[in-house]
Design a binder for this molecule. Structure first.
Ligand SMILES: [Zn+2]
Length: 270
């Protein structure tokens, strides 16, 4: 199982460095090893920019979110049949994708992992990190995937359209979504804002899906260098929402201690 043509959702066949469908829509392989399956002019210029991607890559490489990557990988293993097909929709620079693919590879070596993001800067990095994953630049609002082709769809901190999730998963397939909990990054918000707010709880009911498990993973992280503080701040939406004066102040902090709280929900398509 591989990506489908973004125009007609037909099967893509590899010919040299190009993938083509039977309607002759063709897509070239980028040097880094991914395919640009985003339609329209300026494809791949949306989403997180190089600076945000680099900040997130630096932060994640320090292992602060490793407990989340580990738990997410366990859940993907648990819910994906052997030789199945997993899609990571909105994979960013591929940190979680790499971890979960490695776990699957260790298990059966034949489970297919597809991943895409709308940011070309992010996908470029991801494709170099793990060559076994099929990477594409694409959008979660119109996934280049055939109907019912996916066993497990993973989504970590990335916007997406539920009808598309329902379309690409087959009945009985699993949808695993990670999003910030109430306390997430409260310590960081406390140094940015005079009156920091907590995240609102999300409604877990999704039409056409049954919620199997709802779990919270929370712990404290201590950033003991200005470099780590900068990386964390620059990978959050606060980086561009914060007024310049406050931004400069946060970027000069020598250390920050903060809660992190992740919610992981697992759904079955009914
Ligand atoms: Zn086509």
């Amino acid at each position: 199982m591989d990506f489908a043509c973004p125009k007609c959702k037909g099967e893509l066949v590899l010919a040299g460095n190009t993938k083509k469908c039977k309607n002759n829509h063709s897509f070239d392989r980028a040097k880094a090893g991914y395919y640009n399956l985003l339609l329209g002019v300026g494809g791949g210029t949306h989403g997180d920019n190089a600076e945000m991607v680099e900040a997130r890559r630096a932060f994640l490489s320090r292992g602060f979110y490793e407990p989340l990557a580990k738990r997410l990988s366990e859940l993907v293993l648990l819910h994906t049949p052997e030789r199945g097909c997993v899609l990571d929709a909105g994979c960013g620079e591929g940190y979680y994708t790499d971890k979960l693919e490695s776990a699957l590879c260790e298990r059966d070596g034949e489970t297919n992992v597809l991943a895409f993001d709308i940011s070309r800067d992010a996908v470029k990095y991801a494709a170099r990190l793990n060559k076994r994953v099929s990477y594409a630049v694409a959008t979660s609002y119109d996934m280049p995937v055939a109907d019912g082709a996916i066993d497990t769809l993973v989504n970590a901190f990335s916007p997406l359209a539920i009808p598309e999730v329902g379309r690409v998963l087959h009945t009985g397939g699993h949808f695993i979504i990670v999003y910030p909990g109430r306390e997430h990054l409260f310590g960081l918000k406390s140094v940015i804002y005079k009156t920091p707010y907590k995240n609102e709880p999300e409604d877990t009911a999704i039409e056409g899906f049954r919620l199997l498990t709802h779990e919270t993973l929370s712990y404290r992280i201590d950033l003991k260098s200005n470099e780590d503080v900068r990386s964390l701040f620059m990978m959050t939406p606060y980086a561009y929402r914060t007024p310049r004066e406050d931004r400069e102040r946060v970027l000069s902090l020598p250390e920050v201690s903060t809660e992190v709280e992740f919610i992981i929900d697992v759904y079955e398509k009914i």
